[in-house]
Design a protein. Structure first.
Ligand code: 2NE
Length: 276
């Protein structure tokens, strides 16, 4: 793709291809792409801009690299150097856990998010890759949790959704033992969709994205909401129902209700059958 910068940020890069793709990259390679509140704030902004751009259907979410020492990272989780006593401190000293906001944004984005994981996806970074709709790993990818070692945990999607993806046994192992898993192990447990050589990661991600882009945007957004509804309780059902409402607005039946109100008359739904 002909990537063009689509915004000026400090901790991330946001680029668009002009033909349906966006690429959002964590850009703190010397910190193994660990996120601080500003990083997360910028990611939320970029993902929200993707949401509002009707020309974009697929986002590639990745980590810039390698670092000066040659090491690749997707994301090493929350930046422990700004972790205060009550959360990750922003520039004004407020303690935050705003990565949870980002999780919800990725989850409910009515477009496809593909994680491209080169190197480390650890802690909150592992959870971010998990929340993407699809995940492609480079052969050097390393996955794991560290929370019980560094005094943290993610008991939301990081635990419950992980268990949905890899099963209860494996999810408990991942969190209780804090081991690291290579790309082949991640593939075997269903944590990623495919493993490719590092040099092919972006090309493969773009190929997967372009396949998605050939398909019906409405079918894809309804399917994503349906998958979420199965796991996300009432918030998931809200998303799926929202897609149904969007579709209903486009019918003459839905529009008659609006028109009747604006024209100060009773609505006439008589032309609409009570279908089986
Ligand atoms: C990722 C890993 C395994 C890489 O190891 P290695 O040996 O390749 O690199 P090194 O030397 O550890 O790291 C390179 C530089 O990046 C910094 C390091 O401090 C080091 O900086 P300098 O000493 O060169 O100045 N760095 C790496 N990860 C960082 C981090 N998360 N925060 C701040 N600085 C970091 C290895 O670096 C590692 O294990 N990193 C820590 C992984 C971790 O425990 N993450 C936090 C988990 S908790 C979390 O993310 C979370 C949650 O549980 C719930 C909600 C929200 C977040």
């Amino acid at each position: 793709p002909n990537w063009t910068s689509a915004g000026t940020y400090t901790d991330i890069r946001f680029e668009t291809s002009g033909d349906g793709l966006a690429r959002i990259s964590l850009n703190r390679p010397e910190k193994r792409n660990a996120f601080r509140p500003l990083t997360v704030q910028e990611l939320c902004d970029a993902f929200n801009r993707v949401r509002d751009d009707p020309s974009i259907g697929v986002v590639l979410f990745t980590g810039a690299g390698p670092a000066a020492d040659g090491v690749w990272s997707f994301c090493a989780g929350g930046d422990q150097s700004v972790r205060g006593d009550g959360g990750y401190l922003d520039d004004s000293g407020l303690p935050r856990l705003n990565v949870l906001d980002l999780q919800r944004i990725i989850r409910s984005l009515p477009k496809v998010v593909i994680a491209l994981v080169a190197g480390y996806a650890i802690g909150g970074g592992q959870v971010l890759h998990l929340l993407c709709d699809l995940s492609l790993a480079a052969e050097n990818a390393v996955f794991g949790q560290t929370g019980p070692r560094v005094g943290s945990f993610d008991g939301g999607f990081g635990a419950g959704y992980l268990a949905r993806v890899v099963g209860q046994r494996k999810a408990r192992e991942i969190w209780f033992l804090c081991r690291r898993y290579d790309a082949a192990q991640a593939l075997a447990m269903g944590l990623v969709n495919a493993v490719v050589p590092l040099e092919d990661l972006e090309r493969e991600g773009v190929a997967w994205a372009r396949e998605v882009l050939q398909h019906s945007p409405t079918a894809i957004r309804c399917l994503k909401a349906a998958f979420n509804a199965e796991t996300d309780g009432l918030a998931g059902i809200q998303e799926l129902a929202g897609q149904a409402t969007h579709l209903f607005y486009r019918t003459s039946e839905g529009q008659e209700g609006r028109n009747a109100f604006l024209e100060k008359r009773d609505p006439d739904f008589s032309g609409n059958a009570w279908l089986p």
